[in-house]
Design a protein around this ligand. Structure first.
Ligand code: S3P
Length: 182
């Protein structure tokens, strides 16, 4: 049984919500890298981005990914950008089972419409983009990121179905991966 699972994917894809439920179902620990970031660095991510810049955020995020690679019996929800960096990706692919939660732009748009804490979706005034501008930003980022996300071991297409069904599908993927590695 793989005992370290990384949930990866775009902002708003449900990594944290699904991760918490999955950890309960499997009797694993749950770690949200964004929450860990805020605890460690003592500041909300938007504030960190605004003051230190994205590059500093990525360096700090890298240190948390390195730390997470030592965990066992844990579901890790990775921030949406964590899997893009070569060193993070290779650590996650080597030490864990990586699962990409794939959603359409429309569904992401629905979920991110009311988001307030994601600096990559802000306009110049620091407010979350709206309507067409939000959709364009999501589509552009997703286009850039897709080739990386699709390197995950497992891809789960998430649609509007009940969350329980998605949890079941992920749990059964984890079990099949366990069988393959026996
Ligand atoms: C980011 C996603 C965020 C957070 C930061 C950057 C990204 O996490 O790490 O705002 O680059 O996609 P979520 O995916 O949990 O929103």
């Amino acid at each position: 049984m793989p005992t370290l699972i990384y949930l990866i994917g775009f902002m708003g894809s449900g990594k944290s919500t699904l991760g918490r439920i999955l950890a309960n179902v499997l009797g694993f620990e749950f770690v949200d890298l964004d929450e860990l970031f805020e605890q460690r660095f003592g500041r909300p991510i938007p504030e960190y981005f605004a003051r230190e810049g994205e590059e500093a955020f990525r360096a700090a995020e890298r240190s948390l990914v390195e730390e997470s690679a030592r965990l066992q019996r844990t579901i890790v929800a990775a921030g949406g950008g964590a899997f893009l960096e070569e060193s993070n990706r290779s650590l996650m692919l080597t030490h864990g089972l990586t699962i990409y939660l794939r959603l359409s732009v429309s569904l992401l748009m629905e979920r991110l419409r009311t988001s307030r804490n994601r600096p990559l979706l802000y306009d110049d005034a620091g407010r979350t983009l709206k309507d067409v501008a939000l959709r364009n930003r999501i589509a552009k980022l997703l286009d850039e990121r897709r080739p990386f996300y699709e390197q995950a071991h497992v891809i789960i297409d998430v649609d509007e179905r009940a969350i329980g069904l998605t949890v079941d599908r992920i749990a059964s993927e984890i079990q099949s991966a366990a069988k393959r590695s026996d």
